[in-house]
Design a protein around this ligand. Structure first.
Ligand code: ZN
Length: 204
């Protein structure tokens, strides 16, 4: 069983601290992963606080979420990370958090949240200007992760240009990019725009 490269664990530890600073991973919420290559993924283990990660909180799974070390239990949502890596060969990092803006707005939303006119939309591929808009899919929450992943696949099948992220109603957000800095930037951009949407609703 090959070891998890220390650089990969360090990226997850640092990203977890950053997400915690923003209040996006309360209690044991969230999970973070990076692709290691050779069909392996390093992902945070179940039940730990993402603001206080150590290398011991990181485990390796295959692209179907099976733990390399059978003594370790992967998080239930590992299947959603692996779904991203199976579908998008260029995806190198995937982040999941439970921010207040995501939780509140996803409960109020229909099948998608449309973001338009934001400068930060340029954090999304294929949108060179702030004049574009993005419809971020919102899926109903489901404890049955294979069933939830099947619904995510339906969205990707229906819209090959779907943005690299989605929300789960009353639960959280998934965002991915080619590497960890890219995934953090995209998550921050999306969280910022959703926080603005929440503020705008208060003013209405
Ligand atoms: Zn979650």
């Amino acid at each position: 069983m090959p070891a998890i490269p220390p650089e990969a664990a360090a990226q997850l530890i640092e990203a977890g601290r950053r997400m915690d600073r923003f209040g996006w991973v309360p209690a044991t919420a969230g999970n973070l992963s990076v692709r290691l290559g050779d069909g392996r993924v390093a992902i945070t283990r179940s039940g730990c606080h993402k603001g206080f990660l150590t290398a011991g909180h990181v485990m390796a799974v295959d692209l179907h979420g099976r733990a390399e070390d059978p003594a370790l239990r992967p998080s239930a949502e590992t299947g959603l990370h692996c779904g991203v890596y199976r579908r998008f060969p260029a995806a190198g990092a995937c982040l999941h958090g439970h921010s207040p803006a995501v939780t509140v707005l996803s409960r109020l939303a229909g099948p998608a949240i449309r973001l338009s006119g934001y400068e930060l939309l340029k954090a999304f591929p294929g949108l060179p200007t702030h004049e574009a808009s993005v419809a971020v899919p919102v899926l109903d929450n489901d404890q049955d992760i294979p069933r939830l992943q099947a619904r995510v696949e339906q969205i990707w099948d229906a819209d090959p240009a779907a943005p690299p992220g989605y929300l789960i109603r009353g639960h959280g957000i998934y965002v991915w990019a080619e590497d960890m800095p890219g995934a953090l930037m995209r998550l921050e951009a999306l969280e910022f725009m959703l926080a603005c949407e929440l503020e705008a609703r208060r003013l209405r």
